[in-house]
Design a protein around this ligand. Structure first.
Ligand code: PAF
Length: 284
């Protein structure tokens, strides 16, 4: 695996890889877990060559968020990527990706201000700006993202469409710990007790999915049920429970045509998100 840190050498190496086949990109912030490795597996399945990036993007952290504490495990990450058969790792410095004179940002108006965008102002502007730069630097044919970050996916799909990036975005299923907790680098912050408690998210989403499958499509009721189940644990602060259109992230009155049911909570100081895609009623 080539490990590159500068933009010119990465552009040249990716151009060379693409002369002999398609290039898949898995953008990450490191602290790699089985969820990230499932993205690599999907990219290897679809593409002749696979590149990954590791960049803890300061633009997507708010002033009181966990940028300084965010887990950094570069050597272990490299070993995992190498073992997974990644061809190229782009691991730039902050100065390389966000030089001091940087004045251009990518803002996906509307979608970028919904769900997590409400609670983390500027977060999706930071994500979209860095992913746009990665697309320019690596020129992938496909890019792989986890369905866990469903709002991020909606923002990046809109950005890719609006800015005409010739990149296919591939959404990969959520990977879960044995308890049901969705894999996330931030799970590292949780004690064993909190990890166990956090599995309530999946149980609540499953209960709502069962109601939807039983024909109960009223989103107010599904949201209320999900909230009630999560609120049984008094250690959890619910940030949002929402049933939205997965493309626009706008709220829906009914899940009959399908919906994204998404939750965000705080357990102690750790923010966790999870979601389920409810299928349209007629295809069940
Ligand atoms: O999902 C992530 O890890 C980050 O938001 C991403 C897409 C790598 C952009 O920094």
């Amino acid at each position: 695996m080539q490990i590159l840190t500068t933009i010119p050498e990465t552009q040249t190496a990716c151009r060379t890889l693409r002369t002999t086949g398609t290039l898949g990109l898995v953008p990450t912030m490191g602290a790699l877990h089985a969820g990230h490795l499932s993205l690599i597996t999907a990219a290897k399945r679809d593409c002749a060559h696979v590149a990954a990036s590791i960049f803890v993007n300061p633009l997507q952290f708010g002033p009181n968020e966990d940028l300084a504490q965010y887990p950094r495990t570069f050597d272990e990450d490299c070993a995992k990527l190498e073992a997974a058969g990644v061809d190229l790792l782009f691991a730039p410095t902050v100065e390389t990706m966000v030089p001091k004179n940087s004045a251009t940002f990518v803002e996906v108006a509307g979608i970028g201000d919904r769900l997590d965008g409400v609670h983390r102002p500027g977060h999706f502007r930071g994500v979209a700006t860095i992913v746009a730069k990665l697309f320019h630097i690596l020129s992938p044919d496909r890019a792989y993202f986890g369905q866990k970050d469903a709002a991020q996916l909606a923002v990046l799909r809109a950005m890719t469409r609006d800015l005409n990036f010739p990149v296919d975005l591939v959404a990969c299923p959520i990977v879960r710990e044995p308890s049901g907790l969705a894999m996330s680098s931030r799970n590292e912050y949780l004690s064993a007790d909190h990890r166990q408690r956090a599995s309530i998210l999946q149980r609540a989403l499953t209960a709502a999915t069962d109601l939807h499958k039983a024909g109960r499509h009223n989103t107010a009721q599904l949201i209320a049920t999900t909230r009630q189940l999560i609120a049984q644990d008094h250690n959890i602060n619910i940030e949002y429970v929402a049933a939205v259109d997965p493309g626009t992230l706008l709220p829906l009155d009914s899940t009959a045509q399908g919906a994204l049911l998404a939750v965000a909570i705080k357990l102690g100081t750790t923010r966790l998100i999870d979601n389920v895609l409810l299928e349209p009623a007629h295809v069940q």
